[in-house]
Design a protein around this ligand. Structure first.
Ligand SMILES: C[S@@+](CC[C@H](N)C(=O)[O-])C[C@H]1O[C@@H](n2cnc3c(N)ncnc32)[C@H](O)[C@@H]1O
Length: 276
C-alpha cells in the first residue's frame, strides 16, 4: 500500500494508488455535483479525508477564489480525541498528516486549508451559507454525524450539495440513523443514493435529478431508478464496472498535466511552453 504513515512515502501516480474508500461511481458523481454547483463561487469542505482519495477529486473542482477546507484528526490526538479508542488504534497505524499531504501534492500544486481537529470545531470556523459542496465522512457514530449534519445545515448554501458516506452499512447504523433523522426532522432533501453515499440538499433536489437523468445516459454502466419516499422522488444510482475518467477542463495540456503528472514535472513543462 502506498503512502500510509508506516510505509516510506512514495508519490502515487494514479488515484487508484491512493488507499481509501471511494469507488468510481461516487468519483463520477462528485465531479457531477461539483460542476453543477459551480455556477457561482462557493467553498468546498471535507470532514474526514484519510489519505486524500476523495480530497484529490474535490480539489480538481476548486475554482479561483474558492476556499477548500479539510478537517481530520489524521491519526493524532494532539488537537482532539477520537470518539472511540478503537478508532484511534486503527488510524494511528495507517494515517498521518504527512502521508495525506504527500498524496494530495502528487496531484495538486497547493494544499487545501487543513484543520487538524475534531469536526465539531467547524461550526465556529466556517461561515454560514458559504459552501457549495460538503463531503461528510469523519466519525461514523450517531452523535458525531448528527453534529456534522447540523454544521452542514448551517454552512451549506441552499442550492449546495452534501455527500454523506455510509448512510447504509451494517457496521455503521449510527450514520443511517443520523442521516434519516436529518431527512425527516431537519429539512434535508435527498437527491440520490449510491450503494455507499447519499447526496442531499436543503434546496430543491428536482433540478439536480433532471440533469442527473440526462448525465447518466452518457455514463456507460450507470443505471438510474427512482423511488418515492414520503412524497418526494429519490434517485438510486448503480454503476457496476463503471470506470471514471475525469473530463478535461480548460486546456487539454493543463488538465492532463494536473491529473497525471507530479507537480515538479508540470512546472518544468509549463516553463518550457512559456513564450521566450
Ligand atoms: C472513513 S475515513 C475517510 C475516508 C476518505 N474520505 C476517503 O474517501 O478515502 C474517516 C476519517 O475520519 C477521521 N475522523 C474520525 N473521527 C473524526 C472526528 N471526530 N473528527 C475529525 N476526523 C475524524 C479519521 O481520522 C479518518 O481519516
Amino acid at each position: 500500500m502506498l503512502s500510509t504513515c508506516k510505509s516510506e512515502l512514495t508519490k502515487p501516480r494514479d488515484l487508484d494508488d491512493v488507499p481509501g474508500w471511494f469507488n468510481p461511481l461516487d468519483q463520477a458523481l462528485f465531479a457531477f455535483f461539483l460542476e453543477e454547483t459551480a455556477d457561482r463561487p462557493g467553498d468546498l469542505l471535507e470532514m474526514g479525508c484519510y489519505l486524500a482519495k476523495a480530497t484529490i477529486v474535490m480539489g480538481r473542482h476548486q475554482r479561483d477564489g474558492e476556499t477548500f477546507t479539510v478537517c481530520d484528526l489524521f491519526g493524532d490526538e494532539a488537537q482532539g480525541r477520537y470518539s472511540r479508542k478503537s478508532t484511534l488504534d486503527y488510524y494511528e497505524k495507517t494515517l498521518s498528516l504527512r502521508a495525506f499531504e504527500n498524496n494530495y501534492l502528487a496531484f495538486h500544486e497547493k494544499l487545501p486549508e487543513i484543520v487538524q481537529a475534531r469536526t465539531n470545531v467547524l461550526a465556529d470556523r466556517i461561515a454560514k451559507d458559504s459552501c457549495r459542496f460538503i463531503h461528510v465522512d469523519a466519525s461514523h457514530l450517531y452523535e458525531d454525524v448528527c453534529v456534522d449534519i447540523d454544521t452542514t445545515r448551517n454552512i451549506l448554501r441552499r442550492d449546495g450539495v452534501v455527500s454523506l458516506d455510509d448512510y447504509r452499512n451494517d457496521r455503521t447504523p449510527g450514520v443511517g440513523a443520523a442521516v434519516w433523522e436529518g431527512v425527516f426532522t431537519k429539512g434535508m432533501r435527498p437527491v440520490c443514493v449510491t450503494p455507499n453515499k447519499m447526496y442531499a440538499t436543503w434546496g430543491d433536489p428536482r433540478p439536480f435529478q433532471k440533469r442527473l437523468r440526462e448525465w447518466a445516459k452518457n455514463v456507460s454502466g450507470c443505471v438510474v431508478a427512482e423511488d418515492i419516499i414520503d412524497g418526494e422522488v429519490m434517485q438510486r444510482l448503480a454503476g457496476e464496472g463503471l470506470t471514471f475518467v475525469p473530463k478535461p477542463r480548460g486546456s487539454a495540456f493543463k488538465r492532463v498535466a494536473r491529473d497525471v503528472l507530479p507537480p515538479v514535472v508540470t512546472r518544468a513543462l509549463r516553463r518550457a511552453r512559456r513564450p521566450k
